[in-house]
Write a protein that binds this ligand. Structure first.
Ligand code: PEP
Ligand code: MN
Length: 338
């Protein structure tokens, strides 16, 4: 950490800040610049909130040099992490496309969609049984009955599953049915849920909060890793902006930004990221071009009648196009679909 003193700060103010930091076991080295003094702070684990120093007389600002995350960082683990889900590797050379409806609505609905996406090469089926809905009056998901339907899909089509756990009460139940536990955008900073997910040795799909910075996103993943579970797949799913031509603004720059800092795989969800069916295929192409390790796509055979997220669900025909485009762009980057 570096403490930047005001131009007007006198010697005594500098001395007081140094003394205060030394008193909690830190080393300080004041450096006299042309116009002001800066204090280099080192040593120790920094058990206190450094913001406190900001209120001391003569202090203008502090700059943290060390990042607040460790385990998710490439400094700790330089090579790319590959998360193994059954026989599918996420984060390696393969691109992984997970697809299915937003919600499990019925056995017939899931079977119809699973059959179509499996035929187009999908290995991981997505569908929510517990749904985190903005309105308490919207369809909340079928709960355990939905998980039972998913178990049938897994069995019949040989598909792996990703489905969401929305709270600490039901995560163990969900975990018993699924291959990947999804933690949704609204729960990205549900720290007790993250810790519980971290105590399982099961892949976690962690979606970016709709107003989370990259640092907050990585800190959320750090919670899972800190409990011992390194099988985390990150997912960019759009953030809130002023734009009204989309539901969210899909932040594709998050992909290279995360890749530079972290070894964890990152996939992109252009369905929630745009909220508009016509934007899903173009943004899928862009996501792969930007270096994403895969996609999470909402597909519905009858979107008008979907119980959730119909407006962003693409038809199986559009999904076919998406897969062809992803194959083509992937090939340019020497990546193939898992
Ligand atoms: C979902 O995947 O259906 C979902 C609710 O996503 P998000 O948490 O990104 O809104
Ligand atoms: Mn959805």
């Amino acid at each position: 950490m570096i403490v930047i003193m005001r131009r007007s700060a006198n010697r005594e103010m500098v001395r007081n800040v140094c003394r205060e930091l030394q008193a909690i076991g830190l080393k300080t080295k004041p450096i006299k610049g042309t116009s002001r003094v800066t204090i280099e702070v080192s040593g120790g684990e920094m058990p206190f909130d450094p913001e406190g120093i900001l209120s001391r007389p003569g202090v203008e600002d502090i700059v943290r040099v060390d990042k607040p995350y460790r385990l998710v960082s490439r400094e700790t683990s330089p090579g790319d992490t590959v998360v193994q889900v059954g026989d599918v590797a996420v984060g390696g050379r393969d691109l992984v496309v997970m697809a299915g409806p937003c919600s499990v609505e019925s056995r017939d609905q899931c079977r119809t969609i699973a059959e179509k996406v499996a035929r187009l090469g999908v290995k991981i089926f997505r569908a929510g049984a517990f749904k985190p809905r903005t309105s308490p009056y919207s369809f909340q998901g079928l709960g355990e009955a939905g998980l039972e339907i998913l178990a049938g899909i897994r069995e019949e089509f040989g598909l792996l599953l990703v489905t969401e756990a929305i709270d600490t009460d039901t995560i163990d139940l969900v975990a018993g049915y699924t291959d990947i536990i999804q933690i949704g955008s609204r729960n990205m900073q549900n720290f007790s849920l993250l810790k519980k997910a971290g105590r399982r040795n099961q892949p976690i799909l962690l979606k970016r909060g709709m107003s989370a910075t990259i640092e907050e996103f990585l800190m959320a993943a750090e919670y899972v890793l800190a409990e011992g579970n390194t099988n985390v797949i990150l997912c960019e799913r759009g953030v809130r902006t002023f734009a009204d031509h989309t539901r969210n603004t899909l932040d594709l720059s998050a992909v290279p930004a995360v890749k530079q800092i972290s070894h964890l795989p990152i996939i992109v969800d252009p369905s929630h990221g745009t909220g508009r069916r016509n934007q899903v295929v173009p943004m899928s192409r862009a996501a792969i071009a930007a270096g994403a390790d895969g996609l999470l796509i909402e597909v519905h055979h009858d979107p008008v009648r979907a119980l959730s997220d119909g407006a962003q669900s693409i038809s199986p025909e559009m999904f076919n196009q998406l897969m062809q485009d992803v194959r083509g762009i992937g090939a340019l980057l020497d990546r193939t679909i898992a």
